[in-house]
Design a protein around this ligand. Sequence first.
Ligand SMILES: Cc1cc2nc3c(=O)[nH]c(=O)nc-3n(C[C@H](O)[C@H](O)[C@H](O)COP(=O)(O)OP(=O)(O)OC[C@H]3O[C@@H](n4cnc5c(N)ncnc54)[C@H](O)[C@@H]3O)c2cc1C
Length: 273
Amino acid sequence: MAYRGQVVRSEWVSPHLIRVVLGGEGLREFRAGTFTDHYIKLHFPRPGVSYPDLLDIAGIRKKMPRDQWPLTRTYTVRSWDPETGEIAVDFVHHGDSGVAGPWAAAAKPGDELVFSGPGGGFAPDPEADWHLLAGDESALPAIAAALEAMPAGAQVKAFVEVSGPEEELIIKSAARFDLSWLHRGSRAVGDALVEAVTSLDFPDGAARVFVHGEAHFVKTLRRHLRLDRGLPREALSVTGYWRLGADEDDWQRTKGEWNRDVEPATEPSGPAA
Ligand SMILES: Cc1cc2nc3c(=O)[nH]c(=O)nc-3n(C[C@H](O)[C@H](O)[C@H](O)COP(=O)(O)OP(=O)(O)OC[C@H]3O[C@@H](n4cnc5c(N)ncnc54)[C@H](O)[C@@H]3O)c2cc1C
């Protein structure tokens, strides 16, 4: 189902993160559930193409040639307020390239945004003995939402990689959580996360893992978690949110191929901690 939201307000919550709050009549029917990684698909009109009605995404895809379809970008629902119907979305501003980042940087009250969704699949598992959450800035909204939803008594190790200390945010949680902000500096995206997770002394017991962000480090960590740590597939929510050098259209097109060699051919023989 597609919705037409209106920008209610926007603010830079850090030098590279813009929070855009969407609201308006068009969101009256929107509902989010209990997943903390709920996401929506934003539909941006292509320059020079006119659409009968952007809300009719299915009709557009049926009637118009593919190269005229609106550009689609995927974003986490950072929060949804059932009272006001407002949705907050945190956009990483990664420079002038792309569609969604620059759109968010220029967003002003009254601007319209058509999106569909929500999808999602992760929520903190009350049965887990401990939780590992790790990601770059693009996964920070989902990691923050997961931390906020953790019940008292949950044990959490979290790693968020950002460019520098000015990107750190205050996140509150009832859980016993240990959140490390990793400063990328001049290193490649994900290097600090790989280092942190591979050298982590895992607590005892069953882990539930949420790792998202740039596809290269996510792939490295997925292999590490499955092969070196012996975690079962069901314990993992681990996928690339974006890929360096590819826009979202390219990434979505090549994702299947990219992930083909991620899973080990045979089940790991180690203990499923
Ligand atoms: C389920 C899901 C949830 C997501 N949630 C969020 C979210 O809440 N907030 C968020 O900011 N992103 C989120 N992302 C990632 C976001 O969809 C991508 O970053 C997307 O490519 C951004 O679109 P764009 O139009 O700005 O850039 P694109 O046109 O897609 O890409 C242009 C260029 O920018 C590069 N690029 C894209 N993203 C980044 C980045 N984060 N840092 C550095 N370079 C980048 C690309 O590699 C490409 O070279 C999510 C992705 C998924 C799959």
